[in-house]
Write a protein that binds this ligand. Structure first.
Ligand SMILES: C[S@@+](CC[C@H](N)C(=O)[O-])C[C@H]1O[C@@H](n2cnc3c(N)ncnc32)[C@H](O)[C@@H]1O
Length: 280
């Protein structure tokens, strides 16, 4: 989907939504207006957490009425940009959670490489650190396999940044030094992915809540640190759709503090706390 390049539409809900008993809910009205503006549906995210974030951000400019704040976002692209930074939370880094990458290389990548090619999806890829790390890990653990990695994110600005394959020194703070130097070159005050990595990854804008990937099309899906913002129902439905997108014997990797709530119902079995295998 596109966000900032989409022509801004008039905020449809000029007044707050009326709830039963005459109460008003400017947060729901804000979510509707924001969805028409950006196509991002904040209603699918955990309300308590997201509403707090939205209100705190609006309040820093002195705005307490979220319907008025939606109008501000509609007319002020700079504020919209800042707000998107706030709500999408793009935090990432190369080799984030290093222990996950070691286990993935040892227990998953080497097995997948037996098939001669690895087709992977970094779902919620932010600015690409996860997809580039995966490319490097695959090339080290499975040198002869063809590696094709798709990264998707709802935030168009992050996708554009990901395509450049450049990461700051801070992004590389936990990266193992030998691997970093093997697959990246120092550039400015950061690291540029080498052409071999750039050839293995591609990025697209995509909303995980709308995307309908072809069934059985991936050997490996990484969806880490992204569903934590979704309500539980939305998260579980997404995990089920990600499981459908895996081929039998394929793997789903979630964040180190996350889990799939009912793996068997999605046709998955748990191999390690954060790695699931699609049952054949
Ligand atoms: C904290 S980052 C995680 C990046 C990476 N997976 C990692 O673990 O380092 C979460 C990303 O999810 C993206 N995101 C949030 N909602 C999304 C949605 N509905 N569809 C696609 N991406 C989404 C955000 O834009 C953000 O870049």
């Amino acid at each position: 989907m596109s966000t900032l390049d989409r022509p801004l539409r008039t905020v449809a809900e000029g007044t707050a939504t009326r709830l039963g008993g005459g109460a008003t809910d400017d947060y729901i009205s804000f979510c509707r207006a924001f969805r028409s503006l950006t196509r991002i549906d904040l209603g699918q995210y955990k309300r308590g957490q997201m509403e707090r974030r939205v209100r705190t951000f609006a309040l820093r400019g002195g705005v307490t009425d979220l319907v008025a704040y939606a109008r501000t976002l509609e007319s002020d692209p700079v504020e919209l940009e800042r707000f998107l930074d706030r709500v999408t939370i793009n935090v990432s880094q190369l080799w984030r959670n290093p222990q996950q990458w070691s286990l993935l290389a040892r227990d998953v990548i080497t097995e997948l490489a037996g098939g001669g090619s690895i087709r992977a999806w970094s779902a919620g890829s932010s600015y690409g650190a996860e997809a580039f790390t995966l490319a490097a890990v695959c090339k080290d653990a499975a040198a002869t396999a063809r590696v094709d990695i798709l990264g998707t994110d709802i935030d168009k600005r992050m996708v554009e940044r990901a395509r450049r394959g450049w990461f700051s020194a801070d992004d590389a703070r936990d990266a193992p030094s030998a691997e970093l130097r093997r697959w990246f070159v120092e550039s400015g005050d950061g690291w540029q992915a080498k052409p071999e990595l750039l050839r293995s990854v591609r990025f697209d804008v995509g909303d995980l809540l709308r995307i309908e990937p072809a069934k059985g099309s991936y050997d490996l899906i990484l969806c880490r640190n992204t569903v934590i913002y979704f309500s539980e129902d939305v998260r579980d439905a997404l995990h089920a759709r990600l499981a459908e997108a895996l081929r039998p014997g394929g793997y789903l990797l979630v964040g180190s503090t996350e889990r799939v709530s009912s793996p068997a119902a999605c046709g998955l079995e748990s191999c390690l706390p954060f790695i699931y295998r699609k049952v054949a």
